[in-house]
Write a protein that binds this ligand. Structure first.
Ligand SMILES: [Zn+2]
Length: 264
């Protein structure tokens, strides 16, 4: 009798182990290993930036661990950031470009490890609106995230950079009123961009957001207008999104759930 009961327990144990093995096998086989690090990593929230939360705790040294391709800004809104091939650049409001120090912090930045899933070569010159439409037509899935790299020759590029702000910080709509704008002629370079679906709401900016860095790393900024000449568009399809929320008084006290900002 005792032996029979022991055998039954052993039999049940084997079943439990087998079930665990099957579940483990399935959860591993459904993951695509090549997409393992395909994730957006974002410092803070777009809505917080819009509301004037211009100081974050995340350093560029830390951000670099989450991506080699990015755009964003710096504490006090002191310039525009473009990250390409693992090097992060700051374009100051004086137009000067410098490599970002690891200790510098950001109140808002988006990075990913860029890994192209598709590549397009437009057969005509496109202004920025046409370029966005061209990419929009190419991305059939409108519920996921995209990192977009446009590299090559540009006929025209107009960028901006923002001056460092002083406390009490104004909202972005005020801060950009005295932004510096740069008209850049014929030049080679790279647009670092992202496209997020409208449902992203106050978390990030929906639609397209482009920053630019010239090939000689002497000019760039947040893209206002452009015209392509001879470019390659590479698109990275991303299904993972991580957010690192700031932990400071300005962020914690910001009213990010106002009626006026709902569904913006
Ligand atoms: Zn920007």
């Amino acid at each position: 009798m005792k032996k029979k009961a022991e055998m039954k327990i052993a039999f049940n144990l084997v079943w439990v182990l087998l079930t665990i093995m099957i579940i483990t096998y399935h959860s591993h086989s459904s993951a695509e290993p090549e997409e393992a690090n395909d994730s957006i990593f974002q410092a803070s929230l777009f809505e917080a930036l819009m509301e004037g939360v211009y100081e974050g705790d995340l350093t560029y040294g830390e951000l670099k661990k989450h991506g080699d391709f990015g755009l964003g800004t710096f504490n006090r809104l002191d310039g525009e950031m473009v990250g390409v091939d693992g090097v992060f650049y700051r374009i100051g409001s004086d137009g000067k470009v410098s490599v970002v120090e690891d200790s510098r912090k950001s109140p808002f930045a988006i990075v990913t490890f860029f890994d192209s899933n598709e590549s397009l070569v437009p057969d005509r010159e496109l202004n920025c609106e046409e370029l966005k439409q061209y990419i929009d037509d190419a991305i059939s899935e409108k519920n996921i995230f995209y990192a977009i790299k446009v590299s090559g020759e540009f006929k025209y590029m107009k960028t901006r950079s923002v001056h460092a702000q002083e406390k009490p910080y104004p909202p972005v709509s005020e801060a950009v009123k005295d932004q510096s704008e740069f008209d850049l002629g014929n030049l080679k370079g790279t647009i670092v961009g992202y496209w997020f679906p409208p449902y992203i709401g106050g978390v990030s900016q929906s639609g397209f957001h482009f920053h630019f860095i010239s090939e000689d790393k002497k000019s760039g900024g947040h893209v206002l207008e452009c015209k392509t000449k001879d470019v390659v568009i590479e698109i990275d399809h991303i299904r993972d999104f991580q957010i690192d929320l700031s932990d400071n008084e300005d962020f914690n006290k910001a009213d990010l759930n106002k009626e006026s900002t709902k569904g913006k």
